[in-house]
Design a protein around this ligand. Sequence first.
Ligand SMILES: N[C@@H](CCC(=O)N[C@@H](CS)C(=O)NCC(=O)O)C(=O)O
Length: 252
Amino acid sequence: MPKVKIYVDMLSQPSRAVLLFCRLNKIDIEVNMIHLDHGDHYQQENLLMNPLAQVPWMDDDGFILAESHSIMRYLAATKKGVPDHWYPSNQQRRARVNSALDWELSTLRRGCTELVLSKVLGPIYGISVPDKTEKYSREILKKSLGLLEDYWLNGPGRFIAGECAPTIADLSLVCELKQLDLMDVEERSEIVDKYKRVQKWMAEVEQELGPHFEDVHKVHYVVAARAQAGREEMPESERHARQSILECLTPA
Ligand SMILES: N[C@@H](CCC(=O)N[C@@H](CS)C(=O)NCC(=O)O)C(=O)O
C-alpha cells in the first residue's frame, strides 16, 4: 500500500492533531510541509488538490480529503490496527465524540484561534484584527472553557467521551488549547487557571500521548518561546526547523 500523504503546517493545531493521530497509530505517512506564511496553500498544484486551501489535508492513494476531524475519522475507520478507543464503534460513544468535535469548531476553536490571532499571530504576520474581535473571542473562549469544565469533563471517566482512554476529540481539543501557549503567560493564566478540571485533563492527555505529543509540538514550542520573548519576526532559521521535524514525524 502506498503511504498516506499528509499536508500540514506545524503551526496549525488541526495539522498537529492529524499528525499525532497518525504517529500514535503507526500509520504509514509521507509528511508534506505547507508553509502558510509563504502562501503554499494557494500554489496552483496545491489548489488543484485542495481547493479549500486550508491545512491539513491528505491524499490516500488518490483519495483527497480535507478537514482534520474527517481525516481522523477516515483513518480510524480504514487503517488496520487503530484501537477502538480513538473513535469508538459503539454508536452512542461515537456520537458523543462527534458532538464534542462539532462543538469545538463552533465555540472553543473560534475563541481560541481568533484570540491568538488578534493578540499574537496577527502582529507577527502583519494581519490587523479589529479590537472588537479580541474582546468577542476572549468571551467565547472563557465561555467554552466553562462548558468544557462543567459539561464535557464532568463525566465519570478521565476523558471527553467519559472513558478510560482518549478519543480523537481529546486529541483535537488539547491541540487547540495548546495554542494558548503563544499568549503572554499572565494573560493565559488569567483566562485558564481557574478551570482546574481542564488543566488536569490537558496534563493527563499530554502524559498519555507521551513523546509523540512533544515531537509534534516542537516547532510550536520554539515559536511560543519567541512569542514570550516578545520578538516580532520569525527568522528563516526557525522556519527551517519545520522541515527538520519531518524525520521524527514519520513512523519507523
Ligand atoms: N476545520 C478545519 C480548520 C482548518 C484551518 O483553519 N486551517 C488553517 C490553519 S490552522 C489554515 O489552513 N489557514 C489558512 C487560510 O485559511 O488561509 C480543520 O479542522 O482542518
